[in-house]
Design a protein around this ligand. Sequence first.
Ligand SMILES: Cc1cc2nc3c(=O)[nH]c(=O)nc-3n(C[C@H](O)[C@H](O)[C@H](O)COP(=O)(O)OP(=O)(O)OC[C@H]3O[C@@H](n4cnc5c(N)ncnc54)[C@H](O)[C@@H]3O)c2cc1C
Length: 444
Amino acid sequence: MVVVGGGPAGMAAAISAARQGASVTLLERYAYLGGLAAGGMVLVLDDFADGATEITVRGIAQEMVERLHALGLAVYPPSDDRILSDEMWRRWSRWGLFDLYAKGPRKSIVYAVAFDPDGWKRVSNDLVEEAGIDVRLHSWYSAPIMEGDTIVGVICETKTGPQAILADVVIDASGDADVAASTGAPFVEGSYMVTTVFRLGNVDTEAAEHFEHSQPAECHAVNRQARRILGGSWAMWWLKTPLPGVVWCNCPHMTGYDGLSVEDLTAADREGRRRIAGLVEFAREHYPGFERAVVIDVAPQIGVRQSRLIEGEYVVTKDDVMSRAHFTDSVARGRGYYTPYRALLPQHVEQLLVAGRHYSVTPEAQKLSREIPPCMSMGEAAGTAAVEALDSGIAVRKVDVAAVQRRLRRHGADPGDIPSPRARPAATSSAAGSAAASTSAAAS
Ligand SMILES: Cc1cc2nc3c(=O)[nH]c(=O)nc-3n(C[C@H](O)[C@H](O)[C@H](O)COP(=O)(O)OP(=O)(O)OC[C@H]3O[C@@H](n4cnc5c(N)ncnc54)[C@H](O)[C@@H]3O)c2cc1C
C-alpha cells in the first residue's frame, strides 16, 4: 500500500495499516513528517472534544499526545480545569485551549493540546519506525499509474529522477487531493485564507499576561493595533508554547491567494514576512513583555487551509457538521461530528482512498471540520479500511464498513459507529451501489 503525504492524516493512515500487517510505503515531499502540524507550525490540536466533557477523537491522535506529553512537549488542561470560569480562563486562554466555537468573551476550557513542532517530528519518526513503515522523504508525488479505472501505483519525483512505486491500494493524504485530482476523480476548488505562521522567542509571557489582566483597556488597544498591522488575525494573535519564552503566532490572515498556485504562494510568503516584520517592530515598542522579542522561525510550509476538495460518494455538508448528523458508515470523528466512510471514497477511480483536509466535504463545512485530530481520525479509518479490503480480497469501495468500525474500536479509535446522545441521524443515501451506501441509508 502507498500513502501519499506524511501529514497528520497520512501518518495515521500509514501507522494504522502497518500495525495491522500491511506493507506500507509513506511518501512525503519534504524532509520531515507532520505536514502542517510540523512544517506548518500549527501548534494546537483542536476538535478533540465535544464541549468540556466528551473526548471524541482517540486512537493514534491520542497516542501522539501521550508521547509528546511524556517528553514535556505537550500541554493540556487537566479534567478539573475544563470548565467555564474566570479563573480557568486566566490560566489557560493564552495557551489557546478553549472551545473555539463558543460565543462570548470568556469561553469554556476544553481538552485541546499545545505542542512543540520538533517534538511532533521526533515522535512521528518513532511511530513510523516502530510500525515498520518504508518512509520515503524528499519524494514528490507527480502522477498515478493506472490500469483502466484502477490506480495501481504512483510516480514521484526525486533528485535522481522519477520513481515508480506499485500498490494494491493508494491513500491520498496530500491535503490538496493531488493524487485524486490527477486520476480524474471529481473535485471542487475551495479556498480560504492562508497564513505564514511564526514563532517569537525572548518573550516574557508573565509580563505580557500581567499587562493583559491588570490593564485590560490598554492591552485591548495595543492588541487592536497589532492585529491591524498583521492585517487580520484571531483575537489572540500570540499563544504560549511548551518552550519557555517562545510564543506561537497563528497569523497573519491573508486572503485572495490560491493555495495551489506557485505565483500566489510565493507572493503570500513574501507578504506574510513583511507583515511579521512590522508586527515585531510594533510589539517590541508597545507590548510589555515583548521588548526583546525575536523571530525564531517562520513556518517552512506556508499554511494552506483549503484547496481541492474531492467530490466523493457522499459530500459532507455544513448542516451535517453543525447538527452532528450521524451516519451508519461513520468511521471518524471530530468535535462531536461524524465522517462517513463514503466521504473518503473518490468517484470514478478504484482502489483509491483519501484522508485529511481534502476529504469529500463542501467548502463551508471543511472550514469547520479540518482540524488536526479529525484528520488523524480519518487517516486511521482509511488505513484500517484498506487493510480490511486487502484481507477480505475485495475492493475498497465494497469494504464491509461494520468490520472496519470493529477493527477501529479494537485498536482504540472511536469510529463514531455508536451515536452520542447529541447526534442527529442523517437522512442520506447518495452512494448508490456501494456497500457503504447501503449501510448508511439505514441510518435515515
Ligand atoms: C494556518 C493554519 C492554522 C491552523 N490552525 C489549526 C489549529 O489551531 N488546530 C488544528 O487542529 N488545526 C488547525 N489547522 C488545520 C490543520 O492544520 C490541517 O487541516 C491539518 O494539518 C490537515 O492535515 P492533513 O494531513 O490532511 O494535511 P497536511 O497537514 O497539509 O499534510 C499533507 C502532507 O502531504 C504532503 N504532500 C503534499 N503534496 C504532496 C505531494 N505531491 N507529494 C508528496 N507529499 C505531498 C505535505 O508536505 C504534507 O506533509 C490550521 C491550518 C492552517 C493552515
